[in-house]
Design a binder for this molecule. Sequence first.
Ligand SMILES: NC(=O)c1ccc[n+]([C@@H]2O[C@H](COP(=O)([O-])OP(=O)(O)OC[C@H]3O[C@@H](n4cnc5c(N)ncnc54)[C@H](OP(=O)(O)O)[C@@H]3O)[C@@H](O)[C@H]2O)c1
Length: 388
Amino acid sequence: MSDRKVLVTGATGFLGSHLAHKLLSEGRHVIALARGSKAASAEARVREVLNTVGSIDLSRLEVCEGDIAQPQLGLKESVSRTIASSIDQIWHCAASLSFTDEDRDEIFKMNLGGTKNILALAEQTPTRRLHHVSTAYVAGNRTDLVLETDLNVGQTFRNAYEESKCQAEMLIADAHGKGLVVSSVYRPSIVIGDSRSGRVTHFHGVYAFIRGLWSALERLRRRMPEAGTVNLPLRVLGAEATTLNFVPIDYVVDGMVEISRQPSSVGGTYHLANPQATENRIWLPHICRVLSVEGIQLVGETSFLRTPMTKLEALFQKQMAFYYQYLQGEPRFDCRRTLDALRNTGIECPGVTVEFIHRMVGWYVSFLNSARQGTGSSSPGPGAAQPV
Ligand SMILES: NC(=O)c1ccc[n+]([C@@H]2O[C@H](COP(=O)([O-])OP(=O)(O)OC[C@H]3O[C@@H](n4cnc5c(N)ncnc54)[C@H](OP(=O)(O)O)[C@@H]3O)[C@@H](O)[C@H]2O)c1
């Protein structure tokens, strides 16, 4: 194993913390580039979230306070030079996952500008090796089969996040093509908790949707404390037969690290997606079952033309506007290159079975219940606190 260091961005976040944890647990020396907050230094934030991911020896962790959106990542020239000369790879996970198009400028500043700044650092390193974490949803509004080799094929985008991530990939492809960096790109789909425990440390995507339902039910249960299963008539704008592609965090991280070690990954793009996406009509009823609620159904727009939205439906739709976009259909992600790279490694993407959905949602609902009761026994840590 190389004794050079690895730079990881986004180590206070969901993917970056799990990735840094894995690299450290394999004995790598990790430099985490992270921001401080009003309440805590970058160092304290990274250490806390890594301990939340799992107990770990942090003696090979260095935290460097920086900001990917700033020129030279907000680092002094001498610090930047020292880092560049001591690392043999960069894992770029940091990004804005803001879902509101009002934040468009900020999203582009982080996701495109941040990638530009990371490329500039990568170019100064001895190996110029860059591992870039993108998203499968750079495919935008496509609903056909998306190959791992596809990037800019004239697709349109649902939001600024997808568009900025696509442009960031194009920057990387350009720099790789010119020989300025040696890159690999990883595109996870919708990342969910650990496949064995259901545990999750940050609540994006489907977790925000579950939380929205949970909060509505909490309000109802306060009024009807005796109620077991609650009837909540709520029409959700979405198609029953379209899918969401869920992929557990352990598969994503183990898969990316394994692929990154293979010389053939240079210049490659990999869909860390589930070969089997889950139909909306499968996952939604099971989430409802775990939440003990009935009456939630997916409907088309004509339903609201026939019967206008209730106040609750309008509120839910407003709060969940970002997630609703994905209930109308998503691309199908071809994963052949990823599956080939992971063949015979023992790393396989678990299917999203009923049992799996219950484990994942069950873990999160227990967490929400214990947080409400103030017991916080399964508190996932600092990065998780923000409700999405
Ligand atoms: N979660 C998913 O389902 C999913 C799916 C597909 C792809 N991805 C990709 O995976 C990567 C990581 O996502 P995630 O889910 O881990 O998101 P996350 O939990 O929101 O983490 C984002 C990370 O980026 C950092 N960051 C943002 N702006 C920064 C800046 N200006 N300077 C330094 N750090 C900055 C954040 O730091 P702070 O803590 O300081 O804000 C945080 O550590 C992203 O590239 C995302 O596009 C995620």
